[in-house]
Ligand binder design. Structure first.
Ligand SMILES: NC(=O)c1ccc[n+]([C@@H]2O[C@H](COP(=O)([O-])OP(=O)(O)OC[C@H]3O[C@@H](n4cnc5c(N)ncnc54)[C@H](O)[C@@H]3O)[C@@H](O)[C@H]2O)c1
Length: 455
């Protein structure tokens, strides 16, 4: 079906175009979040095009090759919508945008080496939208951005050449993404979503579109900046609480208190929300989201010292893992220099293939600085070059060739491991940073064990 001009500020026209499936959708940025989003829109019957600057990703998709193998449920949808010609990908933003009524932006919002948020992808696409967006289109930003970014920057970039005027022939809103990698289909079809529009009418229109595609609860916010504030508030809440528990866990180690037992009991209190300590907080969201709010604080001359402290604690946790490791080496009178240490898990969180800002990278670097040889096993990164190391293909023969092992990621596979395997290691040193090994079981196996926060 070819493009037809739909006035995206008319609820009646939008509803009609959804029912007749004439509304055309373009998703710019088809990575971890954007591709499943595009597939969901295509599955609902709307012709959807994905735009990405990554040529090999676009080629792969158009060859019917699904790139997100660790995202359950989407592979079947992918082949289905490709075969029905409901979804295709392109590197040409002008084609995607100028043939669509609804443009979703799922672009990366990382930070630079100084922890300053980097909105360059959104800014570059905003300037392309100013050239190619058809009048009466609706743009929805799903990327995680600071409150005020739409109102203070995005709108003026899109309307810069005066071809379009906000609220007249161009409309914008936000629907921040809150899915968990590895569970995106479940989250898209279950979790409530926040909606904010340039005005109330646009919020209602966005709600009707997302209700049509996802059928989840849509929480209407008074404007875009409030929706983005909520998104950051919830994620940064987690970053701070993980820091709190991690710092407590270090103290509990000294007191001989097991943090796991503390947390299990604390959960019984009706208003306690559990967070777990660990080797650090990585991924594309939490660390960046904290720095986004800190950036907002700088811009508005406000103080958010609790977030600053939380970040410092979480960023120091890899160092604590090294302290535990050195302590274990000392106990058995072995030198870490020239020892071989197995890192179990490099993903930033369990059961996903994602190493963005993973604490594993820092731990590996620190071990190498101490002169240790590092080998890696991760079920999601087998036999690949990662952090300058060729990862192992399987676990079977590794244990006899290493002196120590550090569980950095709590992948399910490691929970099934028989503890006797670790007994094959030369120094029998096991460090568990994710609370998955019971200290008493490790002791019964005669391992030299250190559990982060396990007293
Ligand atoms: N991954 C998550 O867990 C998660 C969860 C919630 C929210 N988010 C947010 O969603 C947004 C997208 O994150 P993601 O994890 O999907 O990122 P991603 O890196 O997996 O995907 C982004 C895609 O955008 C493409 N891209 C970059 N610049 C482009 C440009 N100028 N034009 C077209 N394409 C371009 C990249 O090639 C990539 O394929 C971010 O704001 C992130 O914070 C991510």
């Amino acid at each position: 079906m070819s493009y037809s001009n739909i006035n995206m500020q008319s609820l009646e026209e939008v509803k009609k175009s959804l029912d007749s499936k004439t509304l055309r959708v373009c998703v710019v940025g088809i990575g971890r979040i954007g591709l499943p989003t595009a597939l969901s829109f295509a599955k609902s019957g709307l012709t959807t095009v994905g735009v990405d600057i990554n040529e090999s990703l676009v080629e792969m998709i158009n060859r019917d090759n699904f790139p997100l193998k660790d995202e359950p449920g989407y592979e079947e949808i992918f082949h289905n919508v490709i075969s029905k010609k409901k979804f295709s990908a392109t590197t040409k933003i002008e084609d995607g945008v100028s043939n669509s009524n609804l443009i979703l932006l799922s672009l990366p919002t990382p930070m630079d080496e100084n922890n300053v948020p980097d909105y360059s992808a959104l800014k570059s696409v905003a300037s392309q939208l100013s050239q190619f967006l058809k009048p009466n289109s609706l743009v929805i930003v799903e990327s995680t951005i600071e409150p005020g970014f739409i109102e203070d920057e995005m709108i003026s970039m899109i309307t810069d050449n005066e071809r379009l005027t906000a609220e007249n022939n161009f409309f914008i809103g936000v629907c921040p993404e809150n899915a968990n990698p590895g569970e995106i289909l479940h989250d898209f079809t279950n979790l409530p979503r926040l909606v904010g529009g340039i005005n109330k009418n646009i919020s209602k229109i966005i709600k009707s579109i997302y209700n049509f595609v996802f059928g989840v609860e849509l929480v209407e916010m008074p404007n875009c900046k409030t929706a983005n504030a909520v998104k950051l508030t919830t994620n940064v809440f987690r970053d701070i609480n993980i820091a709190y528990i991690s710092e407590l866990a270090i103290m509990f180690e000294k007191l001989g208190i097991d943090t796991n037992i503390v947390l299990e009991a604390a959960k019984k209190k009706y208003n306690f929300q559990v967070h777990y300590p660990g080797s650090g907080v990585g991924g594309p969201c939490l660390p960046i989201n904290s720095y986004q709010l800190l950036n907002t604080a700088r811009r508005t001359n406000s103080s958010l010292s609790i977030i600053e402290s939380g970040r410092k604690i979480n960023e120091k946790m890899p160092e604590h893992v090294i302290e535990l490791t050195l302590d274990a080496f000392q106990e058995c009178n072995k030198n870490i220099q020239e020892s071989t240490i197995l890192i179990l898990g490099i993903s930033y969180k369990p059961n996903v293939k994602d190493i963005q800002l993973t604490p594993a990278e820092i731990i590996i670097k620190k071990l190498q600085e101490l002169g240790a040889n590092v080998c890696i096993y991760d079920p999601y990164f087998k036999n690949v070059d990662v952090f300058g190391i060729k990862s192992e293909k399987n676990l079977d023969d590794i244990f006899t060739n290493v002196d120590a092992a550090i569980i950095v990621t709590g992948h399910d596979e490691f929970k099934q491991l028989e503890l006797s395997k670790f007994n094959q290691m030369n120094n029998k040193i096991l460090i568990d940073t994710r609370g998955i090994i019971e200290p008493i079981s490790a002791k019964n196996e005669n391992l030299i064990f250190r559990g982060l926060g396990r007293g």
